[in-house]
Design a protein around this ligand. Structure first.
Ligand SMILES: [Zn+2]
Length: 323
C-alpha cells in the first residue's frame, strides 16, 4: 500500500486479485530448511552500479515540515542521531550501507487464518521480529528508530490517513506511524488465503514503508511527488516507493528464513502474491502505482536473495526495473 501522511494523500492498493492458493499443512511452519531449493539465480544485476536515475529529477529543498525534530538541521547540541534528509535520503541513505539483515530468530506461530485472534497473534509475532530486525539495522546506520504502532483492528475506525475498512487490504500511515490491518478484513481481501506467508509478506511490505519513513526518505519522496504535474508523473515516484517496500519485505523474509522457514512452495506463493498485487496489465499511466507484475516479483525476490537494504535502492536504477 501507499504510505500516506494524512488527508487524501494516500492511495490505497486494492485487495489481491483471485489467485490459486496453496494450503500449508499443519506444522509446515517448522519445515526443515530447504536450502537446495534456492536456485533463484536469475537476479544478478547490481542495482548499486546502475547508471540511470531516470525519474529522480532535480534537487529540491528538504521539507521543513518533517514531524521529527531530529530531521531538521543536524545541528542539535546533544548530537542525537540525525535522520537523513533531501535527495541523499533516497539515493545514498546510510541504511544502504548496513549490509545484510541480521538473521534473527522469528518463531512465528501457526496461523488459522479465519480465526481473528490467531491472525492477531501471528501478526504480532512477525511484527516483533520486524521491530528487532530493523532496530538492529538502524543502529548500524546511526539513524534514530522507533517501531511503528500496530493497529490490528476488528472494528471499523479512522486514521489520520483514511478510515477503515477501505479498499486497502492494509496500509501504513506516516502521520500516526502506524500499520493498519484488519484481522478478519485482510483474510476476506486476500480471498481466504490460508498460507501464512502472504500475511507475513504483506506486513513486511507495510513495515517497509515505515522503514522508508524512519530513514528520512518518505519526506523527500512525498515532497517531490507533490510537485509533479499529473498522476502519471507522480506514479513514477510511487512505483519506486512501492517496489522498494517489496524489496525490503523480501529482505526481511529472506533474513528470518532460518526460523520461519520458506520452502520453495512458500517462495512460489510469495512470487504469486507479488504478481497478484501488482498493476494490472493494460492499466493507464494514471493507474500504475505498484509496478508491473514482473517488476513486483523481481524486487521481492531480489530482496529475499540479497537480504540487504542496500540492494533495495529503487531510486537509482534503470527505468525498466521500476515500470
Ligand atoms: Zn505499499
Amino acid at each position: 500500500m501507499e504510505p500516506g501522511y494524512g488527508g487524501g494523500d494516500a492511495d490505497p492498493r486494492g485487495a489481491r486479485r483471485p489467485a490459486r492458493r496453496r494450503a500449508r499443512g499443519a506444522g509446515a511452519l517448522y519445515w526443515a530448511i530447504g536450502a537446495a531449493a534456492l536456485a533463484l539465480v536469475v537476479l544478478v544485476w547490481n542495482v548499486r552500479t546502475a547508471e540511470d536515475d531516470s525519474g529522480v529529477s532535480g534537487v529540491a529543498a528538504h521539507s521543513t515540515t518533517a514531524p521529527d525534530p531530529a530531521a531538521s538541521s543536524g545541528a542539535d547540541a546533544d548530537e542525537a542521531p540525525v535522520r537523513p534528509a533531501g535527495e541523499q535520503a533516497l539515493l545514498a541513505n546510510p541504511l544502504y550501507e548496513t549490509g545484510r539483515l541480521a538473521p534473527l530468530p522469528c518463531p512465528a506461530p501457526e496461523l488459522e487464518a479465519r480465526d481473528p485472534a490467531s491472525m492477531e497473534r501471528f501478526l504480532d509475532a512477525v511484527a516483533d521480529c520486524l521491530d528487532e530486525t530493523w532496530q538492529t539495522q538502524f543502529e548500524r546506520a546511526g539513524i534514530p528508530f522507533d517501531p511503528p504502532s500496530r493497529v490490528f483492528w476488528t472494528e471499523p475506525g479512522t486514521s489520520p490517513c483514511r478510515a477503515y475498512p477501505s479498499t486497502a487490504g492494509a496500509f501504513y500511515c506516516r502521520a500516526s506511524k502506524s500499520i493498519y490491518i484488519g484481522t478478519a478484513d485482510v483474510v476476506d481481501k486476500w480471498n481466504g488465503a490460508e498460507d501464512s506467508v502472504v500475511y507475513a509478506s504483506l506486513l513486511a511490505h507495510e513495515y517497509g514503508h515505515h522503514v522508508q519513513g524512519e530513514s528520512g526518505l518518505l519526506d523527500y519522496y512525498h515532497e517531490q511527488r507533490r510537485h509533479e504535474p499529473d498522476a502519471g508523473a507522480q506514479n513514477v515516484w510511487t512505483r519506486k516507493s512501492e517496489l522498494q517496500a517489496n524489496c525490503l519485505a523480501g529482505a526481511f523474509l529472506g533474513s528470518v528464513a532460518v526460523s520461519y522457514p520458506l520452502a520453495e512452495a512458500d517462495r512460489e506463493t510469495i512470487r504469486e502474491d507479488a504478481a497478484a498485487t501488482a498493476d494490472r496489465q493494460g492499466s493507464t499511466e494514471a493507474e500504475r502505482t505498484h509496478g508491473s507484475a514482473a517488476n513486483s516479483v523481481l524486487w521481492i525476490e531480489h530482496g529475499m536473495e540479497r537480504q540487504d537494504p542496500g540492494s533495495c535502492n529503487t531510486w537509482n536504477v534503470d527505468a525498466g526495473l521500476v515500470q
